[in-house]
Design a binder for this molecule. Structure first.
Ligand code: SF4
Ligand code: SF4
Length: 106
Protein backbone atom coordinates (compact mmCIF):
# COMPACT_ATOMS: atom_id res chain seq x y z
CA UNK A 1 0.00 0.00 0.00
CA UNK A 2 1.23 3.49 -0.75
CA UNK A 3 1.40 6.14 1.99
CA UNK A 4 -1.76 7.80 0.61
CA UNK A 5 -3.61 4.50 0.46
CA UNK A 6 -2.61 3.72 4.03
CA UNK A 7 -3.74 7.16 5.20
CA UNK A 8 -7.05 6.68 3.45
CA UNK A 9 -7.88 3.70 5.68
CA UNK A 10 -8.60 6.20 8.48
CA UNK A 11 -12.32 6.15 9.25
CA UNK A 12 -12.19 9.65 10.80
CA UNK A 13 -13.52 8.55 14.17
CA UNK A 14 -11.44 11.25 15.87
CA UNK A 15 -10.39 9.05 18.77
CA UNK A 16 -6.67 9.70 18.20
CA UNK A 17 -7.37 13.45 18.53
CA UNK A 18 -8.46 13.11 22.14
CA UNK A 19 -6.06 13.91 24.98
CA UNK A 20 -4.67 10.92 26.84
CA UNK A 21 -3.51 10.31 30.36
CA UNK A 22 -2.10 7.49 32.44
CA UNK A 23 -3.96 5.49 35.06
CA UNK A 24 -3.05 2.47 37.11
CA UNK A 25 -5.86 -0.03 37.41
CA UNK A 26 -3.71 -2.35 39.47
CA UNK A 27 -1.34 -3.80 36.90
CA UNK A 28 0.86 -0.81 36.13
CA UNK A 29 0.21 2.36 34.17
CA UNK A 30 -1.94 2.24 31.08
CA UNK A 31 -2.89 4.95 28.62
CA UNK A 32 -6.51 5.98 28.56
CA UNK A 33 -8.30 8.42 26.28
CA UNK A 34 -10.07 11.38 27.84
CA UNK A 35 -13.20 13.04 26.50
CA UNK A 36 -11.21 16.20 25.70
CA UNK A 37 -10.23 16.83 22.11
CA UNK A 38 -7.16 18.51 20.74
CA UNK A 39 -7.70 22.27 20.53
CA UNK A 40 -7.71 22.02 16.74
CA UNK A 41 -10.49 19.46 16.57
CA UNK A 42 -13.80 20.76 15.24
CA UNK A 43 -16.30 18.84 17.33
CA UNK A 44 -19.34 20.02 15.35
CA UNK A 45 -17.86 18.94 12.05
CA UNK A 46 -16.27 15.86 13.56
CA UNK A 47 -12.90 16.47 11.99
CA UNK A 48 -9.58 18.21 12.38
CA UNK A 49 -10.04 21.94 11.88
CA UNK A 50 -6.57 22.46 10.45
CA UNK A 51 -5.86 19.19 8.69
CA UNK A 52 -3.77 20.51 5.82
CA UNK A 53 -1.63 22.66 8.12
CA UNK A 54 -1.73 20.44 11.18
CA UNK A 55 1.99 19.83 11.37
CA UNK A 56 2.62 23.59 11.20
CA UNK A 57 0.01 24.88 13.63
CA UNK A 58 -0.18 21.89 15.97
CA UNK A 59 3.32 20.89 16.99
CA UNK A 60 1.91 17.98 19.01
CA UNK A 61 0.14 16.39 16.06
CA UNK A 62 1.55 13.05 14.95
CA UNK A 63 1.79 11.48 11.53
CA UNK A 64 0.56 7.94 10.92
CA UNK A 65 3.87 6.28 11.73
CA UNK A 66 4.34 8.32 14.92
CA UNK A 67 0.78 7.59 16.04
CA UNK A 68 1.44 3.87 15.86
CA UNK A 69 4.94 4.10 17.37
CA UNK A 70 3.64 6.16 20.28
CA UNK A 71 0.55 3.98 20.75
CA UNK A 72 -1.71 6.97 20.18
CA UNK A 73 -4.37 5.17 18.15
CA UNK A 74 -6.80 2.66 19.65
CA UNK A 75 -6.20 -1.02 18.99
CA UNK A 76 -9.06 -1.23 16.49
CA UNK A 77 -7.85 1.73 14.42
CA UNK A 78 -7.06 0.63 10.86
CA UNK A 79 -3.56 2.07 11.25
CA UNK A 80 -2.82 -0.55 13.92
CA UNK A 81 -4.36 -3.42 11.97
CA UNK A 82 -2.04 -6.38 11.69
CA UNK A 83 0.51 -5.10 14.20
CA UNK A 84 1.02 -8.01 16.50
CA UNK A 85 0.77 -7.17 20.20
CA UNK A 86 -0.33 -3.61 19.55
CA UNK A 87 -2.12 -2.09 22.53
CA UNK A 88 -3.54 1.39 22.16
CA UNK A 89 -5.29 3.70 24.59
CA UNK A 90 -8.48 2.42 26.13
CA UNK A 91 -11.53 4.42 27.14
CA UNK A 92 -11.36 6.15 30.51
CA UNK A 93 -14.01 5.26 33.06
CA UNK A 94 -16.36 7.93 34.37
CA UNK A 95 -14.43 8.02 37.64
CA UNK A 96 -11.10 8.42 35.83
CA UNK A 97 -12.57 11.21 33.71
CA UNK A 98 -13.84 13.04 36.76
CA UNK A 99 -10.40 12.80 38.40
CA UNK A 100 -8.77 14.00 35.17
CA UNK A 101 -11.06 17.04 34.99
CA UNK A 102 -10.51 17.78 38.65
CA UNK A 103 -6.73 17.84 38.08
CA UNK A 104 -7.12 20.18 35.12
CA UNK A 105 -9.48 22.66 36.70
CA UNK A 106 -8.26 26.21 36.32
S1 SF4 B 1 -8.19 6.58 15.55
FE1 SF4 B 1 -7.54 5.81 13.56
S2 SF4 B 1 -9.41 5.76 12.34
FE2 SF4 B 1 -9.81 7.09 14.10
S3 SF4 B 1 -9.32 9.17 13.37
FE3 SF4 B 1 -7.49 8.33 14.35
S4 SF4 B 1 -6.30 7.44 12.65
FE4 SF4 B 1 -8.40 7.70 11.93
S1 SF4 C 1 -4.09 18.81 14.88
FE1 SF4 C 1 -3.76 16.59 14.84
S2 SF4 C 1 -4.43 15.88 16.87
FE2 SF4 C 1 -5.27 17.92 16.55
S3 SF4 C 1 -7.31 17.62 15.67
FE3 SF4 C 1 -5.88 17.85 13.98
S4 SF4 C 1 -5.28 15.77 13.41
FE4 SF4 C 1 -6.19 15.70 15.47
Amino acid sequence: MTENEEESTCICCGRCCRKKFLVDRGAGPIVVASDVYCDCYDVEEGECGCYNDRFVVASWCLNREQMVDQRAVPSDCPYAAGIEGYVGPVEATQEELEAYHERHKR
